[in-house]
Design a protein around this ligand. Structure first.
Ligand SMILES: N[C@@H](CCC(=O)N[C@@H](CS)C(=O)NCC(=O)O)C(=O)O
Length: 322
């Protein structure tokens, strides 16, 4: 099956999912969707794409598409029941391309600085990024007739490629911003997208996952939420399992991805709020914590055991569980 690396809220990943869904694809049936956290990308992603951005599609023939627009076109060239690519072969192609370039270039540039000013140096913020974004939006607004789309009466690739970014702009703004800025047609276009079945589909399961993909190369430990809070305050987590310390047991119990649910059922189903700690065994070994695959008493099933208490900074990610 093809594999799609995605991040639920990323506008590039949203537009790739929109096109794949429109082309009739469905996670689990036609492709494997792997939701990733940008702060803890799995090695499997970095091995196919050194840039490490999402989305990435690995096709069944092992071709790697690392640009959302390429993924959209790849999907729609195989099936395009809603005619998103109709203009792509014809005279509209240049107009579509120009709109997408304006979005991915200057609009995205100003949007990021307007939306996340704390991520940029003061010198970058001397420009009125909101005003620059609005100037671009005005150009798009002027193309839209009431109820229409960027290239006419039917939505095209250009609409779906731009809308996730305009939605982000809208989310940064107070209510009624568009009327004040004379952008009523654009607001109507955005409202139709926000209310669309298409967007809802790709933001909900199975397209929009809130739980990250669990890599078979990582190992996992279920911690009581209270134990984890205490560990964060101390800087080190020293619980092995079920109230026993690493000191008492000799190692910290962990699970491989496919063992987490059973571990939870067997030992922690009644335990109250839990956190799933995601650990990279290579990083633990490099940090002086040996990880050994050892048989559980009785069953002989192999589980990963971490020999030593865990400095909290060695935990790759923490998720609520289940
Ligand atoms: N040109 C790429 C850009 C994708 C992109 O920049 N995605 C962001 C997330 S919205 C990302 O993966 N950033 C990498 C990071 O934050 O580590 C595309 O169209 O797919």
């Amino acid at each position: 099956m093809p594999i799609l690396y995605s991040f639920r809220r990323c506008p590039y990943a949203i537009r790739a999912r929109l096109a794949l869904a429109a082309a009739g694809w469905r996670p689990d049936r036609d492709l494997e969707l792997r939701e990733v956290a940008l702060a803890a990308k799995p090695m499997e992603l970095l091995e196919v794409s050194t840039g490490g951005t999402v989305p990435v599609l690995v096709t069944a023939a092992a071709a790697v598409l690392t640009e959302s627009l390429d993924i959209m076109r790849w999907a729609l060239e195989r099936a395009d029941p809603h005619g998103w690519l109709v203009g792509w072969q014809g005279p509209d192609q240049r107009r579509m391309q120009a709109l997408i370039e304006e979005n991915d270039g200057p609009f995205k540039h100003h949007l990021d600085r307007h939306r996340y000013p704390d991520r940029y140096a003061a010198a970058e913020l001397s420009v009125d990024h909101r005003g620059e974004s609005l100037a671009i939006l005005r150009g798009w607004n002027d193309r839209l007739r009431a109820g229409g789309w960027l290239l006419g009466s039917q939505p095209s690739l250009a609409d779906w490629a731009l809308l996730p970014f305009v939605r982000q702009f809208g989310l940064t703004e107070p209510a009624g911003w568009a009327a004040g800025a004379g952008l009523e047609a654009l607001q109507g276009w955005l409202d139709r997208y926000v209310a669309s079945r298409a967007l809802a589909t790709v933001m909900e399961s199975p397209w929009g996952q809130r739980r990250c993909w669990q890599s078979p190369r990582w190992i996992y430990h279920l911690a009581l939420a209270d134990d984890w809070s205490a560990a964060r305050a101390k800087g080190v987590y020293g619980v092995s399992t079920c109230g026993l310390s690493v000191e008492q047991v000799g190692f910290l119990h962990a699970s491989y991805a496919h063992q987490i649910a059973a571990t939870h059922r067997r030992f922690l189903a009644e335990a109250g709020p839990l956190k799933l700690l995601v650990l990279d065994p290579q990083q633990l070994q490099a940090g002086g914590l040996p990880v050994r695959s050892e048989p559980a008493p009785g069953s002989g099933e192999l589980f990963p055991h971490v020999y030593g208490a865990l400095p909290v900074e060695m935990v790759l990610r923490v998720e609520a569980y289940p």
